[in-house]
Structure formats: structure tokens, C-alpha cells
Design a binder for this molecule. Structure first.
Ligand code: NAD
Length: 253
């Protein structure tokens, strides 16, 4: 795939899936604008992209903050003279049971802050970055691509009321934007990874990890590069829009 001269924004580009996605796009010739909260990690991603022979700049911004997101996308649009793609990847987990009851006594429940913080990053952040990217793509008459990171948890998952709701919302936004933006030549897709080896999943208890590995026909967790490869596939396939690609090693068949 040739992405020479294309500028692609990756949120959460400091580590994990965001870093792998950015590096893979850079290897296909894209220039990268990376958004994250972690400057040290961002600097490492930029160095890796430069070693791969492409260009990257990083922007410290919180995807939940409307004015920061607006200013960041204006800056990126100016710095790179346009925006051709967005990978809406920044996301967090704050797992916990919704309600826990023993002997008729409610002993634990997910706090509103625990719920809202995940919705803020995983859903509102995706909305804000998607909106700003679309504005600049349309103004610049770019036939852009937006890819939103959902999850197989979008169907509902124990201990993930907040996360599952956010990731289901991401799919609803993906389809809505594909319908609204198609007339401007912008395609929108989503990826729903299964359990992939990153810092997000390193925190998992070993017994849980073993159980998940044994449930998958491929018998292992996924690798970040396997998700990055899927991003390139969506960029490459001009007939792809409004759909979700599940990459989960067969976990949810
Ligand atoms: P990660 O925790 O390794 O990286 C997430 C990045 O997002 C970090 O660099 C973090 O600093 C950044 N970030 C968090 N909040 C931010 C904010 N408010 N503003 C800007 N940046 C922020 O996670 P990951 O495993 O690489 O996951 C990336 C995406 O893929 C997430 O949306 C996640 O929900 C999704 N996902 C991951 C898995 C998995 O198994 N790893 C599975 C399904 C979906």
C-alpha cells in the first residue's frame, strides 16, 4: 500500500496499539501526527517512525477536552497542510462490577466517576477527534479515512459496564459517520480487537490470561501488529465503510 504524502493522526499514539498502528502506517509512507498525554512515550514513537524513514510530530492533548482537541487539530492541519486520516485509538479501562450483592446486601457498585471517566475518553474523545478531523478533511477536500477503535467487549462483558457501553457507542458513531460523510468522500470504519498484548492487558491476572488463551482457536493473545495490519487493510480497500472488523483469534465465534 502506498500512503506517500498522506497525513494520518493517531490518538493514543504513545504506546500499545497506537504506536504499532503509527509505525505500520509510517512504513507505508504516511506522515504521522500523534496525540497522547504521555510525552516520553510519544518521543519514543516519533523516534521509531523517524528510524523507519518517515516523519512524525507529537501533540500533548487530552482527547476529552474540547478546546484542546480543536486547537490540536488546527495545529496539525497547519503543520502538515491537511489531514487524510484519523485513527481514534486512545482509550482506557476502569473495570468493576456494576452491582455486587451478598446475602441480600449490596456491597460494591461501579461509581459514577468510574463510569463517566471511561465514557469521556472512549466515547466523547472519539466524538471530538472525529468531528475535528472531518471538518478539516472536508474543508481541505481530502478523501479521508476515519478508523475508530471498538472492542469485542461492545456486546457486553462482566465488569465492563462503562467500557462495553463506550465501545458499543463507538460502533454506532462509526455507522452514523459513514452515512453522513460518504458524500464528502470520507470512509469510516471500526476495528474490534479481542485480547491483544499491550500495557492495557498486561495488568490481567495470569489465570484469566490462561483461560482466555485456551478459549481461542489460535491459542494465544493477539499482537499489536495484527491490529495495525487491519488498519492498513481499511485504508487500502476503497469499498470498505460503515463496518466493524473483528480481530479476536476466534474468541467470539
Ligand atoms: P494502552 O493503554 O496501551 O494505550 C492507550 C494510550 O491512550 C496510552 O498511550 C494513553 O496515554 C492514551 N490515552 C489515554 N487516555 C487519553 C486521553 N484522555 N487523551 C489522550 N490520550 C490518552 O491501550 P491499548 O491496549 O494500546 O489500546 C488502544 C485502544 O484499543 C483502546 O481504545 C482500547 O480500548 C482498544 N482495545 C484494546 C484491546 C487490547 O486487548 N489491548 C482490545 C480491544 C480494544
Amino acid at each position: 500500500m502506498n500512503l506517500n504524502g498522506k497525513t494520518i493522526v493517531v490518538t493514543g499514539g504513545g504506546q500499545g496499539l497506537g504506536r504499532a498502528i503509527a509505525l505500520n502506517l509510517a512504513k507505508s509512507g504516511a506522515k504521522l501526527a500523534l496525540i497522547d498525554l504521555n510525552e516520553v512515550q510519544l518521543q519514543t514513537t516519533v523516534s521509531l517512525i523517524e528510524e523507519a524513514g518517515s516523519q512524525a510530530k507529537y501533540y500533548l492533548a487530552n482527547v476529552t477536552n474540547e478546546s484542546e482537541v480543536e486547537a490540536t487539530f488546527i495545529k496539525i492541519n497547519d503543520d502538515f497542510s491537511g489531514i487524510d486520516g484519523l485513527i481514534n485509538n486512545a482509550g482506557i479501562l476502569r473495570d468493576g462490577m456494576f452491582v455486587k450483592a451478598k446475602d441480600g446486601v449490596v456491597s460494591k457498585k461501579m461509581s459514577l466517576d468510574q463510569f463517566q471517566s471511561v465514557i469521556d475518553v472512549n466515547l466523547t474523545g472519539v466524538f471530538l477527534c472525529g468531528r475535528e478531523a472531518a471538518v478539516h478533511m472536508i474543508e481541505g477536500k481530502r478523501k479521508g479515512v476515519i478508523i475508530n477503535m471498538s472492542s469485542i467487549a461492545r456486546g457486553g462483558n462482566m465488569g465492563q459496564t462503562n467500557y462495553a457501553a463506550s465501545k458499543a457507542g463507538v460502533v454506532a458513531m462509526t455507522v452514523t459517520w459513514a452515512r453522513e460523510l460518504g458524500r464528502h468522500g470520507i470512509r469510516v470504519g471500526a476495528i474490534a480487537p479481542g485480547v491483544i498484548r499491550t500495557a492495557m492487558t498486561d495488568a490481567m491476572k495470569p489465570e484469566m490470561r490462561q483461560r482466555l488463551e485456551s478459549m481461542k482457536p489460535v491459542g494465544r493473545l493477539g499482537e499489536a501488529d495484527e491490529i495495525a495490519h487491519t488498519v492498513n487493510y481499511i485504508f487500502e480497500n476503497e469499498f470498505f465503510t460503515g463496518r466493524v472488523v473483528e480481530i479476536d483469534g476466534g474468541l467470539c465465534m
